[in-house]
Design a protein around this ligand. Structure first.
Ligand code: IPD
Ligand code: CA
Ligand code: CA
Length: 255
């Protein structure tokens, strides 16, 4: 199945790469910050049609509305373009994220970093890879030496979950905090040891499904802010190398 997941993610990435910088149609979703382009929709259509054809009994949960519920224990969780704001503004940081769950556990996933042509992939129990290279998280246990990454939900003007205070506290406590604009790529960068930790307060299942497995299979830890195990429907996510986890948790809970 992983070969199929990777090849359809690559094909979707091709649509996205060809659409980058062209005059595509843009619509608003919940507000003027929350965009969807015709390329998001074309990518999702390609992926969901592939699943329906090759795995007709499987369920699908895809961001732009392609939800198929059935009795299968398998569900494909799809973000057809993670990083739409970047894509729409010409910033080449975005991905395709596809995770497959069996009985609510992610068993395989891929994040395709479209413009760098890197396939991040994992099958549970078999490690995580960037193309053919095996990934491991960083070893740094000192938060003041850590480089972190985060993202903000589209209703950040409401400052949900005191997201801005959490950001202020962690940027002061660490070496740096970056904001790339694709949560799936953020998670892969934790898996490859570029970032020591990632957090976000209102993530969606398709943003994290594949990336969470990739971090865990690279030796990292993914929980909520209280250190509890999470599933893809948990909103608050903290992913780290494990060594800065407790210190990050403390700051996230105090702010
Ligand atoms: C968004 C990106 C962003 C994160 C947002 C997501 P989208 O996904 O992953 O980094 O901060 O919470 O909604 O809308 O580009 O697929
Ligand atoms: Ca997303
Ligand atoms: Ca998306």
């Amino acid at each position: 199945m992983i070969e199929d997941i990777i090849s359809i993610a690559r094909e979707a990435g091709e649509i996205i790469r060809n659409g980058f910088g062209t005059d595509f149609n843009i619509e608003y979703k919940t507000n003027e910050s929350n965009l969807v382009t015709e390329i998001d929709k074309a990518s999702e259509k390609l992926i969901t049609e592939f699943i329906k054809k090759k795995y007709p009994t499987h369920g699908i949960l895809a961001e732009e509305g392609g939800e198929t519920r059935n009795t299968s224990e398998y569900v494909w969780v799809v973000d057809p373009l993670d990083g739409t704001t970047n894509f729409a503004h010409g910033l080449p940081i975005f991905s395709v994220s596809i995770g497959v769950q069996k009985d609510n556990k992610t068993i395989a996933g891929t994040v395709y970093d479209v413009m760098n042509n890197i396939v991040y992939s994992s099958e549970s129990g078999s490690g995580a890879f960037a193309n053919d290279r095996k990934l491991s998280v960083s070893k740094n246990g000192n938060l003041s030496h850590a480089v972190l990454v985060t993202g903000f939900p589209y209703n950040i003007y409401e400052n949900p979950e005191t997201a801005l205070e959490k950001f202020a506290a962690l940027i002061k406590a660490s070496r740096a905090v970056r904001r790339l604009g694709s949560a799936a790529i953020d998670l892969c960068y934790v898996a490859r040891g570029v970032f020591d930790g990632f957090w976000e307060v209102q993530l969606n299942p398709w943003d994290m499904c594949a990336g969470k497995l990739i971090v865990e299979e690279a030796g990292g830890v993914v929980t909520d802010f209280a250190g509890n195990e999470i599933n893809i429907f948990t909103k608050k996510i903290l992913a780290s190398n494990g060594f800065v986890h407790k210190e990050m948790m403390k700051i996230l809970n105090e702010n």
